[in-house]
Design a protein around this ligand. Structure first.
Ligand code: SF4
Length: 340
């Protein structure tokens, strides 16, 4: 929604002043919310429902957002944790976070009709893992152990890949051939923490190589840069996103690292009084899987709490789109408008 539609009515002078007399204000960060991979994944589910009818099975949460998953469940999707829960021969969608080759093999064995909604930027990391494993490299994968994306990437070359999550893990590394090492990363990590880990890797293994372009995706990077830029201007940050959303959690951490409290909320109902205590300026952003209508609801909620002044801080323009999987591309005229 354009920022003008979020413009506030003029405040009644003196009505909503902070204790110090200043008018309370919201800084709305941009870019925020849906990335191109999330838009594509949600489109895939909606188009599949339209084309083939309910039920459509989806392995894991299509994206890590409770509201998106609930909405698609209501529309006829059935979310499962494992393929064993999908009836033989049925249609199943793989989530934006990707799957390991073992899952693809299982799908083939069970004659499932697969539609792959893996984000192309995740697929890029999988292909790097396959390429370097074939070349005989030890792959150091920087990421979070239980994240769906990491489980999928690890599965591409399990015998050649070692997972590290922090500098301490790097200190413990013991590699057979330090001359042939590469590092890859999960797409949704903290830029700063990853930099620290890569610096330590280079100290310990000077011959280690990295990807040509970084694996942390544009959406993760841009949302973190926006938080960094605005943190000095606010006393609190509210991040719309679910607890299991990696990129959303990183936004909270980036802000806290800058010394400003930050809170991750599924929606405005989770705003607690202590989050706004002595806060004259509150910044608002959303993780890459959080729909814009939740941000709008949060803005309305804050408005009712007296944050009557608002400005949008655009750090970087974003115009990234991904094409649909080839088996759905010809059906784009049926494309739903994603509720963002
Ligand atoms: S956060 Fe990045 S990697 Fe993940 S779906 Fe979005 S664009 Fe793709």
């Amino acid at each position: 929604m354009p920022p003008t539609e979020l413009a506030f009515e003029p405040a009644i002078p003196g009505q909503f002043m902070s204790a110090g007399g200043a008018q309370k204000k919201i800084i709305l960060l941009k870019p925020r919310g849906f990335c191109a991979g999330v838009v594509r994944a949600i489109d895939v589910v909606r188009i599949a429902l339209d084309l083939y009818g309910a039920p459509i099975y989806v392995r894991k949460e299509i994206v890590h957002n409770r509201h998106v998953v609930d909405e698609l469940r209501t529309a006829g999707s059935i979310f499962v944790e494992e393929l064993s829960e999908v009836p033989e021969g049925a249609r199943v969608i793989f989530s934006a976070h990707g799957v390991s080759p073992a899952v693809r093999t299982e799908a083939k064995e069970r004659r499932l009709q697969v539609i792959d909604a893996t984000c192309p930027l995740v697929t890029k990391v999988h292909l790097e893992a396959v390429r370097f494993a074939r070349l005989g490299y030890t792959i150091i994968l920087i990421g979070h152990r239980d994240h769906d994306e990491v489980i999928g990437t690890l599965g591409e070359a399990p015998g050649s890949t070692i997972l590290v999550s922090d500098v301490a893990d790097v200190n413990r590394l013991n590699v057979k051939d330090p001359e042939r090492m590469v590092y890859l990363t999960q797409t949704t990590l903290s830029l700063d923490e990853t930099k620290d880990i890569v610096t330590r890797l280079l100290e310990r293994f000077p011959k280690i190589v990295g990807p040509k372009t970084q694996d942390i995706c544009y959406a993760t990077e841009n949302r973190q840069l926006a938080v960094k830029a605005v943190a000095p201007l606010c006393q609190a940050l509210l991040v719309v996103g679910s607890q299991n959303s990696s990129n959303s959690r990183r936004l909270v951490e980036v802000c806290e690292k800058a010394g400003v409290p930050a809170y991750l909320l599924d929606d405005c109902r989770e705003v607690q009084p202590h989050m706004l205590l002595d806060v004259d300026t509150v910044a608002v952003t959303a993780g890459a899987s959080a729909p814009e209508h939740l941000v709008e609801e949060l803005i309305s909620h804050l408005k009712a709490k007296g944050y009557t002044d608002m400005e949008e801080a655009e750090i970087k323009e974003e115009d990234v789109r991904f094409t649909l999987p080839s088996d759905l591309e010809s059906f784009t005229p049926r494309l739903y408008t994603v509720r963002s």
